[in-house]
Design a protein around this ligand. Structure first.
Ligand code: CP
Ligand code: NVA
Length: 324
């Protein structure tokens, strides 16, 4: 048995039969366990060693109310690697909460599949699935939070900068959205200092900031939310950005482009951070908006690896949730 298999079998962090809906509910040891198992899985992959597989075939139902490249393909590839199977269900197909009530969808899917993932507009839809499903449910992005993105982000930060802790600072620049919400909780849980520069009116929600500050008191991580990007990125080890208009906000795109223009990650902004500062982006990227063409090109290796790490962290999460 490999050390990765031992980690999964031991489940010392207590993931078994747990959902992953919000990082509010993910303990520090649980967060860390996903990174540990993901590191082990990635090492086996890179060494072209026999990977970890389930003892019998498992199935994942993936519900998508919004578009996706990374989430859909990384989940589907994860299931192929683990000798499982993924079923893609579009919102139109199943009419979550319209054609059929959420509790019925959750209960019947639980009769056929081993895990459910859902990308939704309203966070209450994925929370409702978790409430009624008898199998683990994963939030694959909601309007509130993108927890599984944060696992890959922190894995990438650790790979590039070493052990996670108060010696590191990540700065998010842009919209105070679902991705920042997850990062606030993920960074503080891992002890990483986090600052965010967001335009007035586009700040992260207070309950995420308050929870991050509460966690930070425990782990020593600082939390700073300001509006000046140049001040926010001072001494940053990593700068992170995301689209200015999230899925569902397309009508606001032009208005947001004007408001967010001073929040672009470009040469001038990066010059205010540490010389070896990383640039991270959850993707999709809009070159010329939240990130300049030159920055995207220069930092694409890290950003694409961050996308790769979605595969390893989601595989790890599913293995921890249901065992081998
Ligand atoms: N980062 C991310 O979740 O990408 P997709 O929207 O393509 O899944
Ligand atoms: N904030 C973005 C993230 C995309 C992965 C959105 O919700 O569209």
């Amino acid at each position: 048995m490999t050390s990765v298999q031992q980690l999964i079998q031991a489940d010392s962090a207590g993931w078994r039969k747990r959902d992953c809906i919000t990082l509010f509910d993910v303990s520090i040891p649980q967060f860390r366990s996903v990174l540990e198992v993901a590191d082990g899985l990635k090492a086996l992959d890179l060494q072209r060693q026999p990977g970890v597989e389930w003892q019998y075939p498992r199935t994942l139902a993936m519900i998508f109310e919004k578009p996706s490249l990374r989430t859909r393909v990384s989940f589907e590839a994860s299931m192929a690697h683990l000798r499982g199977h993924a079923i893609n269900l579009s919102a139109q197909e199943i009419g979550l909460g319209t054609r059929e009530p959420i509790p019925d969808v959750a209960c019947v899917l639980s009769k056929w599949v081993d895990i459910i993932s859902a990308r939704v507009f309203s966070h209450s839809s994925v929370a409702g699935l978790a409430e009624f499903a008898t199998v683990p449910v994963i939030n694959a992005l909601s309007d509130d939070e993108h927890p599984i993105q944060a696992f890959a982000d922190l894995m990438t930060l650790r790979e590039r900068k070493g052990a996670l802790g108060n010696n590191l600072k990540l700065t998010y620049v842009g919209d105070g959205n679902n991705v920042l919400h997850a990062l606030l909780l993920a960074c503080t849980k891992m002890g990483v200092n986090i600052s965010a520069a967001c335009p007035p009116g586009y700040l992260p929600w207070e309950r995420y900031v308050a929870e991050a500050r509460r966690i930070g008191k425990e782990t020593g991580a600082s939390v700073e939310i300001i509006s000046d990007p140049k001040i926010a990125v001072r001494d940053a080890d990593a700068i992170y950005t995301d689209v200015w208009a999230s899925m569902g906000q397309e009508a606001e795109q032009q208005k947001r482009a004007r408001i967010f223009a001073p929040y672009q990650i470009n040469e001038n902004l990066l010059a205010c951070a540490k010389p070896d500062c990383l640039v991270l982006h959850c993707l999709p990227a809009h070159r010329g908006d939240e990130i300049s063409e030159a920055m995207m090109t220069r930092h694409s290796e890290t950003i694409y690896e961050e996308a790769e790490n979605r595969l390893h962290t989601q595989k790890a999460l599913m293995l921890l949730m249901i065992g081998l």
